[in-house]
Design a binder for this molecule. Sequence first.
Ligand code: AQP
Length: 346
Amino acid sequence: MTDAVQTPSLDNFTKRVFSGIQPSGGLTLGNYLGAVKRFVEMQNDDFETIYCVVDQHAITVWQNPEDLRFRTREIAAFFMASGLDPSKSILFNQSAVPEHAQLGWIFNCVARMGWMQRMTQFKDKAGKNAQNASLGLFGYPALMAADILVYHATHVPVGDDQKQHLELTRDIAIKFNHDYGVDFFPVTEPVIGGPAARVMSLRDGSKKMSKSDPSDLSRINMSDDADTIAKKLRKAKTDPDALPSEEVGLEGRPEARNLVAIYAALGEETVETVLRDVGGKQFSEFKPMLVERAVEKLSPISGEMNRLMQDGAEIDRVLKEGSLKARAIAEPILRKTYDIVGMLQP
Ligand code: AQP
């Protein structure tokens, strides 16, 4: 998007991961497989890892304050129940680190209206009533860029739906570096992939599984008990054919592909290896296998989430400690940004 492009090598930066989840509703299997499961994998790799409950993004649409507080703790509990360890990863909520919003303002002045107008998520979320959407909903990708770049994060694990926002983050970094003649912000690498980069609705294989879908049968919620998970998977839309033995046989069968991808991701397998085992089976045989695997994997996480939610004070303590660690990284980066931009800091 800019004419002269400066791309400082990522080798010049600490290998650092940032990602987040909005406390804007219940958590789904899509959030787990597309995002948090990857967060845990990266925590155990050779990265510094920073994970955030992005409460300032959530209020781009109306949130009841009590619900927002509850869900912020719930996502922190979800992080920990899924395997994020506060002694290995920094866990905190966005509003506790004011440097996000401060850098977000600078990026509002770097991002261009035309870039924001192309964001498909704004179009989807604002729908036909765009004039009534909040300015925050329109500008939120610039704040997301600040969330990432205020830590000079080099890698961002997200689901496939966030790809466009990460491209915008890269454009903002490139334009900032170019406009001010610096090599200051890294051009972040998205980490998207695996069989469940986009988990689809159980009712319609062409739509993303989403917490805001009006049909609860369209998604597995992380809070669903074993019976509910089984019921939803048994009712999941399929087609009348048997499963193929090779991936090419899933073409034009989005619901079949989705269920196989979920099964693969839950079991750390690829779609290819799963099909080698289940090719030729009818859904009546495959669905019980999927139920068994989903319950085995998800029940311990929801059980642990419930246990952690009994002690809100302990969750707050973890978030507070995380926010102090996060600020220790963000504050000098923001100060240097102000300096580059020419803000007097007497
Ligand atoms: N269906 C999905 N498949 C794979 N990844 C997904 N993610 C969300 N849904 C899927 C990933 O989860 C992370 C956090 O997302 P978020 O809750 O902050 O925002 P979202 O993408 O807007 O989530 P929803 O459920 O789709 O919310 P609504 O219904 O409000 O639009 C991100 O990494 C996202 O990619």
